[in-house]
Ligand binder design. Structure first.
Ligand code: SME
Length: 152
């Protein structure tokens, strides 16, 4: 399935107000992991209250020990501070990287903004080296924008 054809499916999930926010986030993770072959771990991290750390939200893929990530640490923690997309073609080339699984070769993290504030992010790990293109960035920005609107 192409990224374009997945967009309306993301919107359908977001619109389903009978489901909780976490259920809908989980369904987005499942949709992306199932239909995009280079997405092997898909999850959301959100700012943990007033603390300068991220807390793991819904995700699909191997369980991770990194349920709390301090701002500045790893790819995720850096995005919490930079407010910018972070595309990592080769995780082995990164100094500030938190390994979750030895099978992971690449990672992409896109921030989620609410009223101009960076409130969290979508994090995707790939077992394929250098798989992410600008199409992934634009698609994931679309997902993050929809998620932002769903969150009050
Ligand atoms: N690799 C991430 C940690 C989160 S896991 O990929 C699930 C990082 O360096 O921040």
């Amino acid at each position: 399935m192409t990224l374009e054809t997945l967009k309306p499916k993301v919107e359908d999930i977001i619109k389903l107000s009978s489901a909780s926010v976490d259920e809908r986030l989980m369904n987005i993770c499942k949709l992306l992991e199932e239909h995009i072959s280079h997405y092997n771990w898909v999850g959301f991290y959100f700012k943990n209250g007033n603390k300068n750390e991220l807390k793991l939200g819904p995700y699909v893929g191997e369980p991770t020990d990194h349920t709390i990530i301090p701002f500045g640490k790893g790819i995720c923690g850096q995005v919490a501070v930079s407010n910018e997309n972070f595309v990592v073609p080769d995780v082995a080339a990164q100094d500030n990287y938190i390994a979750c699984s030895i099978t992971v070769k690449a990672e992409i993290v896109i921030p989620i903004f609410k009223n101009g504030k960076n409130i969290g992010q979508i994090d995707i790990d790939s077992n394929t080296p250098d798989p992410f293109t600008e199409d992934d960035e634009r698609f994931l920005e679309f997902v993050c924008e929809k998620v932002s609107r769903m969150i009050s």
